[in-house]
Ligand binder design. Sequence first.
Ligand code: NAD
Length: 290
Amino acid sequence: MTIRKVGVVGAGTMGQGIAEMLAFKGLDVELVERSPEQAQQSLQQIANSLDKQIEKWALTQAEKKLVLSRIRPVDMLSGLEECEIVIETITEDLDLKKTIFEELDRSCNPDVILASNTSTLSLTELASVTAHPERVIGMHFVYPVIKTNLVEIVRGLKTSDTTFGKTKHFVEQVIEKKGVMVFESPGFVTTRLICLFINEALHVLEEGVASAEDIDSAMRIGYSFQNGPFEMADRFGLDAVLAALERMFREYGELKYRPSIVLKKMVRAGHLGVKTGGGFFKYDKDGDRA
Ligand code: NAD
């Protein structure tokens, strides 16, 4: 199976990382956003991310140009015709994603794999709005996509062996990440465990046991985590963490998934983390701690 062109629908935190990683691996990327202006903004963010790598001597200006030249903003219906795989990574909203899958199913050939990067939603439910549920699969990347070498490959009830095999080949041979097979379940493995970790850290904070800074230091230094739970939450997006916890609380019905009140307050106040310049900590426009 030769894969040259991949569609990415949604270019926020994850879509930008996925598009950058795919282009870096030499693939052509067709990028779909809500509007041309939004797509340009996402491309600018990708350029900023590449500039940061140049600053660290990890990339040259010529490589940056090459990577950017492989990413093309396109229109949803006409732009994805030549893609072998389409990865949907829009906002975590079931109805919105269902509309996108209906549209993708109509506009892409039946042998094109339709993957979703959803963290908590049911692939079987997304597949149910298509005429070809066997080609729908989960490809769950971990933030930051460029640096994290893992993809959870999630099988829905009707995902075919062929779709799974092609996806595994794509993940392990083409983009060279470790693929872990997961059966559909809210939060899969990574979101389920990491969101519980963040939620428990929030309870520790609420109880006044330690400050956010000290809780992060304890986990980072004590257990060699790259980031502590609060910086992790800021980088994932507090809205994304809240949405994942609420979904798992609804689906599993267990109190351990009930989101902390502090998290809800922060989201209501619009303090969503790195993408809004502040969450538990403050960040500059490049996403570094201010
Ligand atoms: P985000 O809010 O940063 O980005 C979502 C993007 O989707 C926005 O740019 C928005 O404009 C775009 N969008 C919304 N509706 C659209 C439409 N109809 N057509 C085209 N684009 C549209 O969200 P995110 O954090 O990047 O999350 C995206 C997906 O990835 C979600 O399903 C989430 O569960 C999953 N995910 C997130 C993380 C994380 O750490 N943030 C990790 C793994 C998976």
